[in-house]
Design a protein around this ligand. Structure first.
Ligand SMILES: C[S@@+](CC[C@H](N)C(=O)[O-])C[C@H]1O[C@@H](n2cnc3c(N)ncnc32)[C@H](O)[C@@H]1O
Length: 430
């Protein structure tokens, strides 16, 4: 009962107050006994994954929605529908636990109503599902603006992209080269009966068949392995820093790619890990400490390098730019409801500004790798086309999976190779 009430509160805060799930969920989990925390996570992620579909089903069964101070009860109802349609929780338990939670949300008088709607969901499940399938926003459980953008950019693939965004993501590991290679770490996993579903021959990535408690992985506490999606692991390979290089990781927090760069290349002259968010930089420091790696961690604005850097020009720059994160919706389903169409144009301007500013800090002959976890061409291939047009000394390196002159760079789509959606463009300064 308490878990359902907490889930309703979390959904209310995310959807109506615009706070990210990664901020709200840990605090809500602290309110519960350890044994109930995984269920809370499942209810929150699942309900956000299917939110507009659950909304459509609720709307079909109610004459008017719950408003004002009863909004948390509205989300409790959605949590109830989610359990009935998407989980193996026995329906009688889902129903009674959800209805009982009304009391914890000061809505005792709504017990009867919730009970009635949830019983109708049970009785009419198939018909309701067919009805809501008629409308793209509930069929795909994405906001209209995002469906339209994806349809325009990927007329043939957009349905598959939307479906991939609604899948549960796999757990990818990055093997720390300083301790093991991918093959020898795979053998350690096999010895513990941990099955691997796939691997990335070009990097250090192993994709597990089932998510697991990472603290149980061989050597996790000693930094032998970290959690990082296979797509994100392409950055260090593509930037390929060499001994003696000065490297800038310009938008570094929480530090996954910083650590990977250092693991792959122990003989750098120096690595600067920059981010504008001081709180997120603490996580970079924690990661470096766990992995026993060293970098110069600086809090600053990547679009104004003169305010934080007077050292030598960089040989390699990784710009993992702030973006819409539309490639990682399967890991962060709240993105669908937090992000607005208007945000995209603002992000494109910021990305362009950072690209121009950092280009001035790159040595002639140096490499800049532009990366986003977005699938929107405005932030990716169009951004790079515009940069190339205004930057005569920039040369684009064709990546093996390059999209050609119309769509320069490498666009990974969500689910491709079991990886997140990601974009890479590699630029060299003449
Ligand atoms: C995609 S995340 C980076 C992820 C990171 N590279 C990793 O692999 O763990 C983008 C980061 O850009 C940072 N950021 C946003 N605007 C910035 C700016 N103007 N200057 C520096 N960092 C910025 C955000 O705080 C955020 O941490």
């Amino acid at each position: 009962m308490k878990t359902r009430a907490q889930a309703a509160k979390v959904l209310f805060e995310v959807v109506e107050q615009g706070v990210s799930l990664s901020t709200v969920l840990p605090a809500a989990q602290q309110q519960l006994a350890a044994k109930d925390r995984a269920l809370l996570q499942e209810l929150c992620f699942g309900s956000l994954r299917w939110l507009s579909r659950l909304e459509a089903i609720a709307a079909a069964l109610m004459s008017k929605p719950l408003k004002g101070k009863y909004r948390q009860l509205h989300y409790l109802l959605l949590v109830g529908i989610y359990q009935l349609l998407y989980t193996r929780i026995p329906p009688h338990a889902a129903l009674s636990e959800t209805v009982s939670a009304c009391r914890l949300l000061k809505g005792e008088t709504f017990r009867g109503m919730l009970n009635g709607v949830l019983r109708n969901v049970q009785r009419q499940a198939d018909a309701l599902q067919q009805t809501v399938d008629q409308k793209p926003t509930s069929r795909f459980a994405h906001p209209k603006w995002l469906i339209e953008r994806l349809k325009a950019a990927y007329p043939k693939q957009y349905g598959a992209i939307l479906d991939a965004n609604n899948q549960r993501p796999p757990l990818w590991l990055r093997v720390n080269r300083r301790h093991h290679d991918r093959v020898s770490y795979r053998a350690l996993l096999a010895a513990q009966d941990i099955a691997v579903a796939g691997e990335d021959p070009g990097s250090e990535g192993l994709c597990l068949a089932q998510p697991c408690d990472v603290s149980q992985l061989p050597g996790f506490a000693d930094g032998w392995v970290s959690v990082q999606d296979g797509a994100a692991q392409q950055a260090a390979r593509l930037l390929d820093p060499q001994p003696g290089d000065w490297v800038l990781d310009a938008c570094a927090a929480p530090g996954g790619k910083t650590a990977h760069l250092l693991e792959r290349q122990p003989a750098l002259a120096g690595l600067v890990a920059l981010d504008s968010d001081a709180k997120r930089l603490e996580r970079v420091k924690d990661n470096l400490q766990r992995l026993q790696l060293t970098a110069q961690v600086i809090c600053g604005d990547a679009s104004r390098p003169q305010t934080w850097w007077s050292g030598p020009a960089f040989d390699r720059i990784l710009l993992d730019a702030p973006c819409s994160a539309t490639g990682v919706i399967r890991r962060h389903p709240d993105i669908k409801w937090l992000r607005r169409n208007e945000d995209i144009a603002e992000l494109v301007i910021l990305q362009g500004k950072i690209l121009d500013a950092l280009w001035c800090k790159l040595k002639p002959g140096g490499t800049l790798l532009y990366a986003t976890c977005s699938v929107l061409p405005d932030e990716n291939s169009e951004q790079i086309k515009a940069f190339m047009a205004r930057t005569p000394d920039a040369e684009l390196v064709a990546l093996p999976q390059d999209g050609g002159p119309d769509r320069p760079g490498w666009q990974l789509l969500p689910g491709e190779g079991n990886m997140d959606g990601f974009y890479y463009a590699k630029l060299i300064k003449r």
